[in-house]
Each structure stands twice: as C-alpha cells, then as structure tokens.
Design a protein around this ligand. Structure first.
Ligand SMILES: O=P(O)(O)OC[C@H]1O[C@H](OP(=O)(O)OP(=O)(O)O)[C@H](O)[C@@H]1O
Ligand SMILES: NC(=O)CC[C@H](N)C(=O)O
Ligand SMILES: [Mg+2]
Length: 466
C-alpha cells in the first residue's frame, strides 16, 4: 500500500526583490512575500542592504509568524530581497532558510532561489575539492559559491560564468555591490517578472506580488536573461543563449495564484480553458458541477458553462487552514482533510455530481473527498482532473514526491478509479492541456517523463546535496 506519512502540499518557493532608496523596502518585501505565501510555507526570510552591509532576518514558518512589525521596522536599507521556502534540496531546517548571506572578497552578497538544480551534487563536490566550505545542504548555496569563485571578473561576468555551470531550474534574486540582480535559467522553467513602482523596480516570482505592493507589471524575464537594477534604473544583459522555453505547466494547473500572469498566460484564464477542454473531451450528463477549491474552481466553471450545467459550492474550504500537518495515522489523516474541506450536503444531496480537481498526485486527497461527497448524499460522483496523470517526479522545484508514491505510476486508470472510489474518472489529455495553455513551450515532464533539462542520477533525491 501507499505510504502516506509524507503527505503535504506540492510546493516550491517564492522570491521577491526591490530596489527603492527612501522607501520601506523591508515592509514592501514583507507584503510581496505575503502575496507569495502559497509558494512555500516552511521558512521565510528578508535581507536588506544599504549598498554595503547586508542584514538578514529569517525563521521557520509562515511570513506572518517569522516577522513582527518590530522586526520589519528595524530592517533598514535601500534594497531588499525575500524568500518563502518549500525545500526541494536539503532538509527543512533554519540553517537552510533563505536568503543566504555571505561575505566575500568584494563585500557582502545575499541570494534567494526558486527552483532546483540538476547538477548540484557534482558542482558541490567540485567546489569542495577546491576548498569551498558550505553552511547549508541546499543547492542554492552552490550558486552563491560559484559567483564568488568567479568574482575576479566583473560581477555581471561572474553571473554569466555561473549560469554556464548551472543545470536545472532557477529564478534567482541577488543583492550585491549596490545592485539588485535577477536571473532566470535558459529554459525559463520557474517564473520571474519585473515590476515598476514609481521610478523604481522590483522583481517577483508572480505578478500577484507586484499588484500587492502597488507596482506595475513591466515584463517577465526572458529565459537565460540577467537583469541589473540600480541607481540608473534597469538594464538587461543577455546571460545565456535562450533555449526553447519550457515554463512549468504545473504552475498554471495548480501552483501559481489565479490572479498571476506568467509568460503572457493568465493562470485563471488557462484553468478556465482546461475546464472547457475537459467538457469537450468528457461531457457527462450530471445535475451539478462542483470544484475542489481553490485550484479546481476555474476549471469547474469552464466545464459547467460549456455544458450548460449548474455550478455549486459542494465543497467548502476553511480559509484559515494553510497546511494541515497531517499525522501519519489513518484517523488523523482524515481529520486533516476534513479540517481543510467539508462537503456541503444541502447542495449535494441526491444529485449526480461532476467534481473537478487540478491533479491527483498520491491519491490521498481524492479518495477522502469522493467518500465525503457520497456521505453527504450524492447519488453519483464523476471525478475529472484538469491535468494529465502525474506519473513522473519533478526535479525542477516542485515537490511532487518520488516515483513510487505517484498513484499514476502504480495503478492503471481503472485501478485509480477504484482507489479514489469514483463512478468514473477522466483526466484532461496532454493535447487538451496544450490547447488550453495556447503554447507548446511548456515542461510536461511530470506527465510524460520527457525532461527538457538532463537530470543526473546523483540529483534525484531530496537530500542529494546533504
Ligand atoms: O493526490 P494528492 O497527493 O492528495 O494530491 C493532490 C491534491 O494536492 C493538491 O492540493 P493541496 O491539498 O496540496 O493544496 P490546495 O488546497 O492548494 O489545493 C491538489 O490541488 C490536489 O487537490
Ligand atoms: N522549491 C524551491 O524552489 C526550493 C529552492 C531550493 N532548491 C531549496 O530547496 O531551498
Ligand atoms: Mg487541492
């Protein structure tokens, strides 16, 4: 049977950066991170710089738990970066929280990273042989070590050289030498966008964070691009030759906030279109369409509208639940799901239900929800999924579990249907998903095992650097 003891959301990290002398950069970063909280809940941190010295505060937990008004007020500087973490390489420990800060031959540097390197172990070994020491077990520390190693050249050249060594996914913000830098890997797997607030610039994993701090969206970083933000404004330096862009499809399906737009695709709109595609691929004669909130909501609306079916609030999400910290016993796991979601019997009773969620990963949530909806009186439960089956692990920064734990890797379609207990089960096709996204330039590795960036065997485990 499956080991459910590792049940937790499938997340990654969020980064934010701002260059704004005479503004409260720590507070703005705090708000930016608050908007990106869904990207990681294990730890949070903010580093501020006056152009020379860097101060950092980080801690385990949510942004609101790590920072108080007092702490924010005492972080002074003209620029800042921040990070919310969901660990992918290196355990969830304070020592691994970001931003990472180092002293090097030219002063101080702070770095925050979203993504996952696929050659971190090899790079770490090589750096270690050349005398580098490490204070964390993250892949992100490899990046900062490489930059300082190459810093005999100008900082921009050092960044280019570093990017030539790195494989994998990285959206990175850096404070160093009176400047704020942003880097995006040549495949553009993880998002990073630029905002303008007055005359000043900021960087964020998702555009929703720009809205929160009152910045105008300027554009996404190009794959392989480096941007430099300082007293003179913003300039771009082509870092590495851009590959065919492979931005992560899972960002649109599940991960990013619906009000964000990534690489010209609005997340909520793409989910709506996934629902429309599902309606074309699998029209079901039902009485009511419901969503697993929140990430299933837009798809369920698209499905219902296309087929002219009513949409109802069949499952209600407790808005105060972030992570459920589900205990590894059957009873506590069920409490965990019930704490987060509850069936609304008054709309479900005696109805034939189509229930739409964005994904099935390990299968834990789905089986509980189908049972819950039946218990609330539904006559039939048809379960539709707005992503193809997740059958391969992500090595680029989304923690979707090891291959053996993925239900689509273990069971065939009928086996999964039986496991979740639905009357019928249908996943969107890969073609349907691509039509909904309106581009083929996306990474679909977790669905089809075709990895756009090679992953060495040494980098296939969570603690591969530790
Ligand atoms: O098959 P599983 O391993 O249970 O994973 C699938 C579920 O996980 C995600 O939700 P999650 O509860 O992580 O977060 P959400 O509330 O943001 O949707 C996703 O939206 C599915 O509902
Ligand atoms: N999910 C992420 O983006 C995590 C960043 C980095 N790999 C870490 O584990 O700290
Ligand atoms: Mg969910």
């Amino acid at each position: 049977m499956f080991d459910f003891s590792l049940d937790k959301p499938h997340e990654e990290c969020g980064v934010f950066g701002i260059y704004a002398p005479n503004q409260e950069v720590a507070r703005l970063t705090y708000y930016g991170l608050y908007a990106l909280q869904h990207r990681g809940q294990e730890s949070a941190g903010i580093a501020v710089s006056d152009g020379r010295a860097i101060e950092v505060h980080k801690g385990m937990g949510l942004v609101s738990e790590v920072f108080s008004n007092h702490i924010i007020k005492n972080l002074h500087g003209k620029m800042a970066i921040g990070h919310v973490r969901y660990s992918t390489t290196g355990s969830s420990l304070l020592a691994n929280a970001q931003p990472l800060v180092v002293h090097y031959q030219k002063g101080m540097m702070a770095l925050a990273h979203n993504g996952n390197l696929t050659n971190a172990t090899e790079l770490r070994e090589e750096l270690g042989l050349n005398g580098a020491v490490f204070q964390t077990t993250t892949d992100s520390e490899v990046i900062i070590n490489l930059i300082t190693r190459y810093r005999r050249e100008s900082l921009e050249d050092a960044l280019v050289k570093t990017m030539m060594d790195l494989r994998g996914a990285y959206a990175v913000v850096i404070l160093a030498e009176d400047k704020l830098f942003g880097l995006r890997d040549p495949h553009g797997v993880r998002p990073l966008c630029i905002g303008k607030k007055g005359e000043r610039y900021c960087l964020a994993s998702e555009s929703c964070a720009l809205d929160t701090v009152g910045a105008e969206f300027v554009r996404d970083l190009e794959p392989g691009e480096i941007v430099v933000i300082d007293e003179n404004g913003l300039h771009s330096r082509p870092g590495l030759r851009k590959n065919r862009s492979s931005s992560c499809a899972f960002e649109y399906i599940y991960f990013a906030r619906p009000d964000s737009t990534i690489d010209q695709i609005n997340v909520s709109e793409s989910r709506l279109k996934m629902g429309i595609e599902l309606a074309h691929e699998c029209p079901i004669d039902a009485d009511l369409v419901i969503a697993v909130p929140d990430s299933g909501t837009a798809s369920a609306l698209g499905y219902a509208t296309t087929l002219g079916l009513p949409f109802g609030e069949g499952l209600i999400k407790n808005r105060y639940v972030g992570r459920t910290f589900i205990q590894p016993t059957q009873e506590m796991r069920e409490v965990g799901v019930r704490l987060k979601l509850n069936a609304n019997a008054s709309v479900l009773k005696d109805k034939r239900i189509v229930m739409i969620d964005d994904s099935i990963v390990r299968g834990t949530t789905s089986s509980k929800l189908v049972a819950m909806v039946r218990k609330a009186g539904a006559k039939e439960v048809h379960f539709l999924i707005s992503s193809p089956p997740v059958a391969y692990p992500c090595y680029y920064g989304i923690d979707t579990a090891e291959r053996e734990k993925l239900i689509a890797n273990r069971l065939d379609m009928e086996g999964i249907r039986k496991f979740v207990g639905a009357d019928s089960l249908h996943y969107i096709s890969e073609e349907g998903l691509l039509r909904a996204l309106g581009t083929e330039n996306v990474c679909l590795a977790c669905f089809n095992g075709s990895y756009p960036i090679p992953v060495s065997d040494l980098n296939r485990g969570k603690n591969s650097c530790g």
